[in-house]
Design a protein around this ligand. Structure first.
Ligand code: PMP
Length: 395
């Protein structure tokens, strides 16, 4: 033992001897959002083995929960092990092969990110561009479909970098008329803005756990239509035209065993892991509250007379994303001073811009259990305080 100790060259980290201390914070940024007590309690429960029947039952319940939240009857409906990015990557990876064409609607960072992933997969990427703050009309989309004849269209429902809500009505039908699959990112919008996967003919839809669902990050719901899978196959999602070999095993074959055939897999505890067990239980609890979401609070924040007044960064009211409100950085202020002040003095997180909106906007999230009039008052009060006490340039 003495010899083993003498071989150690790296000292044990003293900080880890102390239990974790986590400050109380109100998370009103674009995610993560606060986790309500019932969900936290589910996360604190003892871990079960991946072969235990209770785990399979929990997975069935999660699947039913996702089907409800997405409004779909798709059999291939599951939760990936990872944050929203894992579902984004898994969706593109399962739909596209080298040389396939994909049309990506870009009006913020998430379209840019999808285009980047698709390029890395060797797909032919066509970009359909709109300035940040604007959404795509069916006419814009149809022009792109006619011009590029893509196999897949990617579009973001809730553009969290700009605060835009993309209308989805008619897009599924349009895509199908042009022989294209519709892939929708609803990471920032699911549960805060209506979405109806089957009725809207969406082929692949995904979201994330740490936004409106109020669970910790690390799990992302995703669902594939029958159209997005090889006909008659349950080997995982594949594009309709050919029997494709998906690039990864974990994001395709493993799904079939686990979520379609209901077989426990030895990788469950490593890949799905303790965090998944908790996150997935969490979701089961969070779903019940989705119907009753408050949708009018963002407009209260921006109403005349409040400190934010008419600072809304998305001009068209109906284009505003209810879950994340973008407001222009008040003139003369540095956005970093404001976010730091709210954090230091009010224990509250809001965020600056992202991608094309960096330096231009503040982003305030009202997601799930955080979407209350009390929190709106708190953030408006904290912002009033910040504008009085942060440095303002008069130039
Ligand atoms: N898509 C959108 C629209 C998002 O808002 C986010 C997260 N902000 C993501 C994808 C990526 O999700 P995550 O950060 O959970 O990986």
């Amino acid at each position: 033992r003495a010899m083993a100790t003498s071989l150690l060259r790296v000292a044990p980290p003293e900080k880890l001897l102390r239990p974790l201390a986590v400050p109380e914070r109100l998370l009103l940024g674009p995610g993560p959002s606060n986790v309500p007590p019932r969900v936290r309690a589910a996360g604190a429960r003892q871990l079960l083995g991946h072969m235990h029947p209770e785990v399979l039952q929990v997975m069935d319940e999660i699947k039913a929960g996702i089907q409800y939240a997405f409004q779909t009857r798709n059999r291939l409906t599951l939760a990936t092990s990872g944050s929203g990015h894992s579902a984004m990557e898994a969706a593109l990876l399962n739909l596209l092969e080298q040389g396939d064409s994909v049309l990506v609607a870009i009006n913020g960072i998430w379209g840019q990110r999808a285009a980047e992933i698709a390029r890395r997969l060797g797909a032919k990427v066509y970009e359909l561009l709109k300035p940040p703050g604007k959404y795509f009309t069916p006419r814009d989309i149809e022009q792109g479909l006619v011009q590029h004849k893509p196999l897949v269209l990617f579009i973001t429902h809730g553009e969290s970098s700009t605060g835009v809500l993309q209308p989805l009505e008619g897009l599924g039908e349009l895509c199908h008329r042009h022989g294209c699959l519709l892939l929708v990112d609803a990471v920032a919008s699911l549960g805060g803005a209506p979405i109806f996967m089957d009725q809207q003919e969406i082929d692949v839809l995904y979201s994330g756990s740490q936004k409106v669902l109020n669970a910790p990050p690390g799990s992302a719901p995703i669902s594939f239509s029958e159209r997005a899978r090889a006909p008659g196959s349950d080997t995982g999602p594949t594009a309709p035209s050919c029997a494709r070999g998906c690039l990864t095993w974990g994001w395709s074959s493993l799904w079939r065993r686990r979520w379609v055939q209901g077989k426990p897999t030895t990788t469950t505890t490593t890949e799905q892991g303790q965090r998944e067990d908790t996150a997935l239980c969490n979701w089961r609890c969070a779903w019940a509250a989705l119907d009753a979401r408050e949708r009018t609070l963002p407009s209260v924040m921006l109403s005349p007379g409040t400190v934010l007044g008419s600072a809304g960064a998305v001009a068209l009211k109906k284009a505003r994303l209810p879950t994340i409100t973008t407001v222009r950085v008040p003139q003369g202020y540095d956005w970093k001073d404001i976010t730091a002040f709210l954090m230091d003095k009010h224990g509250m997180e809001i965020a600056g811009g992202l991608g094309p909106t960096v330096g231009k906007v503040l982003r305030i999230g009202l997601m799930g259990c955080n979407s209350t009039s009390g929190n709106v008052e708190r953030v408006l009060g904290a912002l009033r305080d910040a504008l009085q006490r942060c440095h303002r340039s008069r130039l």
